[in-house]
Design a protein around this ligand. Sequence first.
Ligand code: PAF
Length: 282
Amino acid sequence: MQTITTVAELRATLAKARDKRVGFVPTMGYLHDGHMALVEGSRAQCDVTVLSIFVNPTQFGPNEDLSTYPRAFLRDQKLCRDPGVTIVFAPDAQEVYPAQFETFIEPGEFAKPLCGAFRPGHFRGVATVVCKLFNIVQPDIAFFGQKDFQQCAVVRRMAIDLNLPVEIATVPTVREPDMLAMSSRNRYLNTEERRRALAISRGLLAAEAEFRSGERECEKLIAIARRHLNEVDRLQYLELVDVDTLEPASNPLSHPAALCAAAYVGSTRLIDNVILKPQVSA
Ligand code: PAF
C-alpha cells in the first residue's frame, strides 16, 4: 500500500498500471466498514484499487461541518493496509483546487430534491470533485455507497452526460449491528443521541418490511416510517422517490423506489434510505 499526495506522482504511478483494471473508492476519510465494503467491491473486480481521502471544501455549506469533519489520517492509512488498497491518494486542498480555480460541474434536476433542497451547492461541489478525481485517477470502475443514494444518482448522471469512461458501482449500505447506517458523522453522536438516531433505520426498515408483506401505497409506506421518526430532533425530509427519476413515486408502487430520510439528532445531520423493488411480473 502506497500513499501519494500529488496528482503528478499518482499519474506517474498509475501510468505503469494502464494494462490493469483500476478500481476507485473516493472518500472523505474517517474510514469505517461501509468504506471497506467499497474497497472489497473494488478488490473483487479490479487489479488495482485507489482510495482517495479528501475532505472536499466545495461540498460543504457555510454553516456546515467542514472544520469539524472527523479526520484520522494515520488510522485510515492503517485500515487501508490489509484489505487490498493499492494506493491511498491523499492530496491537500491546494493540490485539488489550485489558486484561481473557477470551473465547476453544475448538476441538473437530480441535484434539486431531497438533500439538494436543504444543502444548496452541495452536489455542485460533489460533482466537481468527483469529476476531477475521475480525471486524475482514470478508473475503470468507481464505487459509491447506497447510503448516499442521491449522490450515486448525480454521479451516474454526470458520467453519462459528460461521456466519462467510468462505470459507477453502487454498494449496499453497511449497518451497525443495531442497524444504524454506518457514517463518519455517527461519531458526533453522544450515547443518548446514538440511541435516538436508531429511529431513522427503524422507520425505514419497518416500511420496507410492510412493503415486503405486499403494501404498495406510497403514503402508507411513508406513514409507517414516519411513526418511528418522532425520536429525532428535526426531520428534514422523508420521501419515496422513483430510483430512475428521483420524482415522487406513484401508486401503486410498481417501479423501484427509494424511501429516503434526512434528520437531525442533536446537531448531527444523518441520512439513510431503503430501496423498495416490486417484482416485475412476466
Ligand atoms: O461520499 C463522500 O464521501 C463524498 O461526497 C465524496 C464522494 C468522496 C466526494 O467528496
